[in-house]
Design a protein around this ligand. Structure first.
Ligand code: AMP
Ligand code: ZN
Length: 493
């Protein structure tokens, strides 16, 4: 690995600080990200979180790490209300639609994969399901009971938070104090079979009407939502691994409970670096399935949502998201998407112009500074907005070289091309999306015709016509350039 890799810093939600990233095993990274609960179509908010971690995965790979990226599918155990109450979300959907729970799971898993493929995200290395790991989850429940931190009541098993807190700190990740939690939830106690409201379910007894159920030492039931992530992350990444990610809204209780479960069994912190991606909002409020305040990716791609002025391609949408840092809240609006589209086009046109630049004998600028700036941005907690700003600086340089105001050697041009391709296509994961590729092929053909007509006019000394073609194109933002190898064009930004 090169010099630039040693300085990656990641903001660790557990310490509240940016820390130098040092993996447990040299050159290897284990990363777990909480996946979707597949009971409805993923909305753009969900997509933002998965795009944020796709950026992390891609950059770690770019730095030369061998990454094992595990992202689960929650297909059981996630109840309607986070506090162990209500129906299982998938069972409920199956009951309402009168289909099998696994049909619900299949339908929305397919939708999830299709949507993430449209955004050109990379598949994780392992995508385990909660229902595929019931045995592992039951084993962990047994171990937590054996360690004294869980109790059984009426066929369900709960984690005893207060007992755990006597020798550990519950709430360290979310910055909550157990005494405050007890104080705030006191009114609710007595209504539940739990010893205390802050206790959480490891295993829930299945009532007779509950469709998704498995036999266990405590009777027929199903696992608690937090348990699946502990079971699957430790199974595939070990008792202690490098990175655990998810949306900010999962910090409490989900991730706090994961830490407690793993510590109860293994007596050590399961995760070195906790990463939390911030929320996508709509009209200033969190996009969510439950409130209906959301836009589906397809409504954006085909422009069918009334809030949007026009359709936006997956690439433009992704560029819009990457122009914000993953830890900042981002509000989606038609205006913001239109601005992102302009920026995206400027970047892509700059990259195209790069391949047509003239070569000089010497360079008038030091491109290693630009390249280092790309790495500095990403090494600073995956700062994609700063990276994109640096890429725009390079687009300016490309235009200056095209105008003859700056010069680059063949070798500098090649290095710049390789680095820009790596950051734009491999790290940011943008594509020259199909529509823009098609548009450009047509544009090339149309301009070939115009350039040919202009050449004929010039050959017959009809300069009025040749100038008119050049000036009319320039007025529309297309600049013709006459060089040794004929005439080329560039789009002005
Ligand atoms: P869920 O399917 O509800 O479990 O959510 C899947 C992932 O999407 C989790 O990591 C959530 O934190 C994340 N998520 C949910 N809503 C939003 C949002 N509005 N913005 C960003 N991420 C979200
Ligand atoms: Zn999880």
């Amino acid at each position: 690995m090169s010099e630039t890799t040693s300085s990656l810093h990641i903001f660790n939600s557990l310490s509240g600080k940016k820390e130098p990233f040092v993996p447990i095993e040299d050159k290897h990274v284990g990363m777990y990200v909480c996946g979707p609960t597949v009971y409805s179509n993923v909305h753009l908010g969900n997509c933002r979180t998965f795009i944020s971690f796709d950026l992390v995965f891609r950059y770690l790979k770019h730095l030369g790490y061998s990454v094992r990226y595990v992202r689960n599918i929650t297909d059981a155990g996630h109840l309607e209300h986070d506090a162990d109450e209500g129906e299982d979300r998938i069972s409920k959907k199956a009951r309402l639609e009168q289909i099998e729970p696994m049909e619900v799971v299949q339908r929305y898993t397919v939708d999830f994969h299709k949507t993430l493929a449209a955004f050109n995200t990379l598949a994780p290395n392992i995508e385990p399901t909660a229902t595929g790991h019931i045995i592992e989850q039951i084993e962990i429940v047994k171990e937590i009971i054996a360690s004294g931190y869980a109790y059984e009541v009426g066929g369900s098993v709960y984690f005893d938070v207060e007992k755990f807190n006597t020798t550990n700190t519950y709430g360290a990740l979310s910055g909550r104090k157990l005494e405050d939690m007890i104080h705030n939830t006191r009114a609710l106690s007595g209504q539940s079979e739990k010893k205390a409201p802050q206790d959480f379910a490891l295993w829930k007894k299945a009532e007779p009407q509950h469709i998704m159920r498995w036999p266990s030492p405590w009777g027929d039931g199903f696992p608690g939502w937090h348990l699946e992530c502990t079971a699957m992350s430790t199974k595939y990444l070990g008792d202690q691994f490098d990175i655990h990610g998810g949306g900010m809204d999962l910090k409490f209780p989900h991730h706090e409970c994961e830490i407690a479960q793993a510590k109860a069994v293994n007596k050590k912190n399961p995760v070195n670096t906790w990463m939390h991606a911030n929320m996508l909002t709509l009209n200033g409020k969190k996009m969510a399935k439950s409130t209906g305040n959301n836009i589906l990716p397809n409504e954006l791609f085909d422009g069918s949502n009334a809030l949007l002025s026009k359709p936006f391609s997956p690439d433009v949408t992704k560029f819009f998201m990457l122009q914000a840092h993953y830890r900042s809240v981002l509000d989606l609006s038609s205006d913001a998407l239109e601005a992102a589209e302009k920026g995206y086009n400027r970047l892509i046109n700059g990259i195209k112009l790069l391949s047509q630049l003239p070569q000089s004998n010497e360079s008038s600028v030091d491109i290693t500074k630009s390249i280092q700036a790309f790495y500095d941005a990403m090494n600073d907690d995956f700062n994609s907005p700063v990276l994109i700003a640096e890429l725009f600086e390079t687009v300016k340089l490309i235009h200056r070289v095209s105008e003859g105001e700056d010069k680059l050697t063949a070798s500098d041009l090649e290095t710049l091309q390789k680095t820009i391709d790596a950051f734009v296509f491999d790290v940011l994961g943008l594509t020259l999306d199909a529509s823009s590729k098609e548009d450009n092929a047509f544009l090339d053909k149309a301009l070939d015709v115009l350039i040919e007509m202009r050449n004929q006019a010039r050959a017959s000394k009809d300069f009025a016509t040749s100038d008119r073609i050049r000036d009319a194109l320039l007025e529309k933002g297309i600049q013709l350039k006459d060089g040794k190898d004929g005439t080329s064009y560039s789009l002005m930004s």
